[in-house]
Design a protein around this ligand. Sequence first.
Ligand code: KG4
Ligand code: ZN
Length: 339
Amino acid sequence: MTARILAIETSCDETSVAVVADGHRVLSNVVSSQIDLHAVYGGVVPEVASRAHLERMEAVLAQAMDEAEVTPSDVDAVAATCGPGLIGALLIGVSTAKSLAVAWDVPYVGVNHMEGHLFATFLERPDLELPLVVLLVSGGHTMIVEVAEPGRYRYLGATIDDAAGEAFDKVARYLGLGYPGGPIIDRLAADGDPEAIRFPRAMMDGDRDRIGLDFSFSGLKTAVVNHVRRHPDVANADVAASFQEAVVDVLVTKTLVAADRVGARTVCLGGGVAANSRLRARFAAAAEAAGLAHLVPDRAFCTDNAAMIAAAAHHRLAADGPTPLDGGADPSLRLPVVA
Ligand code: KG4
Ligand code: ZN
């Protein structure tokens, strides 16, 4: 029997509903972005996000079911992101999913957003060779995770201050480029020289054997600000390209060191920053040079989307069963890790 899961993602500023069969066949994945609403404020405004999720949910849900050609009786479970994220935004998705689960008499599954980003890899390649090392880079998180098997994770490293996406967004804001900064810097950097300015690569001291796997990006952001203050005529494209290169250098180097340390044969990327052109290219090239298999998911599965939530829900439902209907939303939910 095909198990069809309808999943809802509303943790931040995308309203998304997807229908996925068997944990990896994407029947639909509708994403309604609120970027235009938040851009005027230079960042996501939580109250605006919650209201927009509420206003758009019905249409996005209808479109996702339409595109997947399913009716309620074809849906075997309903899932929603239950954290981490903005509490008001999360609650819209969670309450919608629970209501549908009750109305359609199917299980409800609460999904960890970061586990969703991890499962973007299994959406495309359910047969990936384990253990994997996954670099998860989003607006709120930056971490290297070892996946011994789906559902069994170990943190190998994480940021001690800003997330990588946050650094992109803050640098773009400082340069007056707009929001969200990641895609804008990505585009602008294509016309710049990545070697123009040698920005610092933090926490890269020591030789390869002893290099730490944690990250720090707040010093880099300050270095960009100081450089632009001292050189007001510097070309934005060169700043963008050089900043991006510093971020990518650290992310790629540490992920490959991590894979080496735990003996992983496969490395993957996940999260919104994994949509970055330079990161995707350098990650693939470095993995190939090291003789590692690698997976860089389609951009649509890197930034927030409900298909990845459905994929994670498929696994959670099989492993843990349904989530009780009194399970709420947790803005600071952590990835379930083994020691
Ligand atoms: O995973 P995501 O969609 O939402 C969170 O869970 O945070 O990630 C959003 C982050 C933002 O910081 C955005 O600037 C960044 O991902 N991002 C990018 C690119 N596209 C999105 N960063 C660099 N290059 C991109 N092309
Ligand atoms: Zn995300």
